[in-house]
Design a protein around this ligand. Structure first.
Ligand code: NDP
Ligand code: 7N6
Length: 326
């Protein structure tokens, strides 16, 4: 593979202005190419990094993108880099068949999503969302004496202990929470007192005040949390979903909230996004709805530039690419 022209697909504007990434990569390729150029010719060693739409991919070898487009296959690209960790919306089989390399952006969301998930838990514990709601009515709101609690000493179960899960566990541990987790391998990770396998999910979530979901959306995780899991959770427990909407059976979540099987939920992701206006999830006092922004931060483009730069250097030096999905 050779990367001479790397398009920045305009879909990245869902997360940051494409020009920011273009500028951050303006010297891309120069170091490695200059070092290896023994021809003595003065050709420009830089990789061209234009911002492109679907119909401007023609001369590109590769693209950095937020979303998938069929135009990527038509353009015969060698490499697609997704600025998301989740690759559930990419046609992996078709990419494999066509020999297109797909890399993702796992590894960059530990701090952003970790802080966000802890923020949701802090809001529920310290009742911040109730004060914000009251403020819109200029109301001096006092919660019942026994409503507020502290996170210190409360149990959190993090389901999925990769970049996101570990970022959440580390921050929850720092706040004195009693953290356990679930991952495929069941191998121990830092900041968790016990790690379970998916077969023991119910044992892991029983007794937790918070259950935070941080797994990828796969055949195994689709519908992983539904009525049976809500029954296994304490009735004063909160669900936090920063993974993907379909990991939870949304209809059964709504029923669990209505029937007080659980206390509430902090939800960044949904079966359908944007969450439809008529969804009952908007109306629960103890539900915080956020618009798939747990990972958003002003430095997002810098993290992506780091990943892309690393992989362009690897391509140039003939090394295996990192974060390779296909
Ligand atoms: P990683 O690949 O780093 O981690 C995934 C973790 O999930 C691993 O610990 C893995 O187990 C575990 N896992 C996978 N399948 C199962 C299963 N069936 N049961 C239990 N655990 C399982 O991914 P990231 O942490 O980077 O991202 C996770 C997902 O979060 C992404 O795929 C994306 O969908 C979502 N995401 C959402 C964001 C948002 O803005 N809300 C931002 C970024 C990501 P093991 O360690 O044993 O392999
Ligand atoms: C960007 C969200 C991911 O999978 O969904 C997230 O990385 C990205 C704000």
């Amino acid at each position: 593979m050779q990367v001479r022209r790397l398009g920045i697909h305009d879909s990245v504007s869902a997360v940051f202005p494409p020009e920011r990434l273009r500028d951050a990569l303006s010297d891309l390729g120069s170091e490695a190419r200059r070092a290896s150029d023994t021809s003595g010719e003065q050709s420009d060693p830089r990789v061209a990094v234009p911002v492109v739409g679907d119909d401007e991919l023609g001369d590109c070898d590769a693209v950095v993108t937020f979303g998938y487009s069929d135009a990527f296959l038509d353009a015969d690209l060698d490499w697609i880099h997704s600025i998301q960790a989740g690759y559930d919306r990419f046609p992996l089989d078709a990419l494999e068949e066509r020999g297109v390399t797909l890399t993702n952006s796992t590894g960059i969301h530990d701090t952003s999503v970790g802080e966000f998930a802890v923020g949701l838990m802090l809001s529920f514990a310290r009742r911040l969302h109730t004060y914000v709601r009251a403020q819109t009515d200029r109301e001096w709101h006092h919660p019942a004496w026994d409503e507020p609690f502290t996170l210190d000493g409360e149990r959190l179960c993090v389901v999925g202990l990769g970049t996101l899960g570990r970022g959440i566990a580390e921050r929850a541990d720092a706040l004195g929470m009693d953290v356990v987790g679930v991952r495929r391998s069941g191998e121990p990770t830092p900041h968790t007192e016990a790690v379970y396998t998916p077969d023991d999910l119910h044992e892991a979530i029983a007794g937790a005040k918070f259950v935070a979901l941080a797994v990828p959306l796969t055949d195994e995780t689709t519908g992983m949390v539904g009525a049976e899991e809500f029954a296994a959770m304490n009735d004063d427990a909160y669900l936090v979903n920063v993974a993907r909407g379909p990991v939870v059976v949304q209809e059964e979540l709504v029923a669990a909230l209505r029937d007080d099987d659980i206390a509430g939920a902090g939800l960044d992701v949904f079966e359908e996004e944007p969450l439809p206006e008529d969804s009952p999830l908007w109306d629960f006092e103890e539900v915080l709805v956020t618009p798939h922004r747990a990972a958003a931060e002003r430095d997002y483009f810098r993290h992506i530039a780091g990943l892309v730069r690393q992989n362009v250097e690897r391509v140039e030096s003939g090394d295996e690419m990192t974060n390779r999905v296909v």
